[in-house]
Design a protein around this ligand. Structure first.
Ligand code: TMP
Length: 253
C-alpha cells in the first residue's frame, strides 16, 4: 500500500493525485467554516451529503451540455475529476435578496430581484474574498474578457437549470456560488465548471415554509444542518438510506 499524494487541502475538501495524468480525486470533508474561517466545526456526515448532491447536479449539468470537471463518482466521499487551473474568481448568482446583498444595499431578505444578478469575488482568504468588477478581473489578468463572457453565460445556464430542478421539489434557489477552471486539451483551452455545488454553496429555502435548507443554518447557529441537507438529498431522490430506492427528484405540487 502506498500513501496518496495530497495536491491541495481546502476548508471543506482535499484534492489527491488521480489514477491518470490530468485527473484528481476530490474528497469531501465534514468540516464547516464561516465568516472567513473565524468559525469552524466538524459536522458528521456533511461531506457524504455534499458529495452526493454535487455529483448529482454536475452529472445533470454534463447531460445538458454544461462542461464540468466531473468524471465519475468513486465512493461516498470522493469523485474523480479533471485537473483544471482554477480561475481565481468566485461567481455568485442571485435570484432573491439574501446574505451580503441585503447588508450591502439595505434590501430586505427575501425580496425577489428584478432579474438574476451576477457578482464576482476575488478568491483570496487574506483579503476575505472581496467583491470585484470585470474591470479588476481583466486589469489584473485573473481572467480574459472572453473567459468572463464564458463564465457569465455558463453561470446563467446553471442558474436556469438549478432553479427549475429545485422548483420541482418545492425549493427556492435564492443564490449560489460557483467556480470555474481552465481545462487544457492539447493546444485548446476551455472554461469548465469546477469545485462543487451543494447546500454549502447555495441558499435553498423551502417554498412553503421559507425554512433554510443550506449552510446559513451553520452561519447563524440555527442547528439542524444535517437534517436540512438530508431533506434536500431526499427530495432530489438521492438519499437511499432507510428508504426504498427511487430514481430521481420527487415532484412537489
Ligand atoms: P453572500 O450573500 O454571503 O455573498 O453569499 C452568496 C452565495 O454564495 C451564498 O449562496 C453562499 C455562497 N458563498 C459561498 O459558497 N462561499 C463563500 O465564501 C461566500 C462568501 C458565499
Amino acid at each position: 500500500m502506498s500513501r496518496r499524494r495530497r495536491v491541495y487541502e481546502g476548508k471543506a475538501k482535499v484534492l489527491y493525485e488521480g489514477p491518470e495524468p490530468g485527473t484528481l480525486i476530490q474528497h469531501f470533508k465534514d468540516d464547516a467554516t464561516a465568516n472567513n474561517n473565524q468559525k469552524h466545526a466538524t459536522i458528521e456526515g456533511k461531506g457524504v451529503l455534499n458529495n452526493r448532491i454535487s455529483e448529482f447536479i454536475f452529472t445533470k449539468l454534463n447531460d445538458i451540455g454544461v462542461p464540468t470537471h466531473f468524471i465519475r463518482s468513486i465512493n461516498m466521499r470522493e469523485q474523480l475529476i479533471r485537473e483544471v487551473e482554477i480561475i481565481p474568481c468566485e461567481v455568485v448568482v442571485r435570484n432573491v435578496a439574501a446574505g451580503s446583498l441585503t447588508k450591502r444595499l439595505g434590501i430586505d431578505e427575501g425580496t425577489p430581484l428584478p432579474r438574476s444578478i451576477i457578482e464576482f469575488y476575488y478568491k483570496n482568504d487574506e483579503l476575505g474574498d472581496p467583491m470585484v468588477s470585470e474591470e479588476h478581473i481583466t486589469a489584473f489578468g485573473w481572467a480574459t474578457p472572453q473567459e468572463i463572457d464564458d463564465m457569465m453565460a455558463l453561470a446563467l445556464r446553471i442558474n436556469d437549470f438549478m432553479a427549475g430542478l429545485f422548483l420541482g421539489i418545492g425549493i427556492r434557489l435564492v443564490d449560489f456560488k460557483v467556480e470555474f477552471g481552465r481545462l487544457y486539451e492539447g493546444d485548446m483551452v476551455r472554461v469548465v465548471l469546477a469545485d462543487e455545488i451543494s447546500p454549502d454553496s447555495c441558499r435553498l429555502w423551502d417554498m412553503r415554509t421559507n425554512d433554510k435548507l443550506d449552510k446559513d443554518r451553520f452561519r447563524h447557529d440555527m442547528g439542524g444542518l444535517i437534517e436540512a441537507y438530508q431533506e434536500v438529498a431526499r427530495r432530489l431522490g438521492i438519499l437511499f438510506e432507510n428508504e426504498p430506492k427511487r430514481r430521481g427528484p420527487t415532484l412537489v405540487k
